[in-house]
Design a binder for this molecule. Sequence first.
Ligand SMILES: *Cc1c(COP(=O)(O)O)cnc(C)c1O
Length: 335
Amino acid sequence: MIDFRSDTVTQPSTIMRQAMANAPVGDDVYGDDPTVNDLEQYAAKRHGFEAALFCSSGTQANLLALMAHCERGDEYLCGQQAHNYKFEGGGAAVLGSIQPQPIENEPDGTLPFAKLSAAIKPIDPHFARTKLLSLENTINGKVLPLEYIQQAREFVDQHGLKLHLDGARIYNAATALNIDICEIVKYFDSFTICLSKGLGAPVGSLLLGDKALIARARRWRKVLGGGMRQAGILAAAGKIALTENTTRLIADHTNAKYLAEQFNNVEGFSVNLAHVQTNILFAKVDESIDQTALVEQLKQQDILISAGNPMRFVTHLNITKEDIDRFITVLKATL
Ligand SMILES: *Cc1c(COP(=O)(O)O)cnc(C)c1O
């Protein structure tokens, strides 16, 4: 299968499976799993944070961050397109009694400070208490400019807010900017990393923050049923994701650019190359193309894509340049 639907489809590598099989484990709810402890300590040190928490998913890690920063009746500012507003089942409201205050994202994924500022509520019993600004990087494959993040830090300091980053693909952002990840995450009070996307682990995300925040998040993780026992089997894969799979993301970005260029030779498809910054690209598809039929016909030939306009394609460690060539050949023949 050549699977362009998402980087969540990545298969664990042989060394990952070996590390999982050999991981020393214990009961992590007692704090006894040496492999989980090692991953959390490694991640905290690597990213310049006091503490880290291994979570079952990015959704859980974001929810724990919101619940650890905010209390019932508080609110967080976020993008209208933010994953932790739009794609996480309203978890902060449903489970945390925390109100989202979404702001329309600019085309580059940023949130304008004038609109953010206007959305901050006065201290008055009529209003929810504005506590947090949550950003996302990368957002729909786009990298937030570093200057914007610096300004966001100044903005939250001026307004007495905390700053969270949904960094599901933060390593892709650091790769695209060609800087160390610490140069981005140092501006945030907390951030998440998905280990199970381009980094190739089968399961798991990390939440990073100071010790007090992570202690609160750890408590909420148990409350939400996320206290895992011999989770070291999963954490072992997560450690390999961080130590072995971050430097190869550049290959996914190169492949995404290559795929974008190839699309511009396929009738009915067009990609704005300037928008392809990381491993996600969006192709405009001519209305005359029957997408349902196309998805089905490609599937018969072991190629998986998602319908949509624009159509989203994601490159990852199980997609090579040769796979892209094969896809383009099959696509042209099928059309
Ligand atoms: C995938 C994703 C998440 C959630 O991760 P899951 O592990 O799928 O729950 C959060 N934020 C962003 C930006 C994502 O792409």
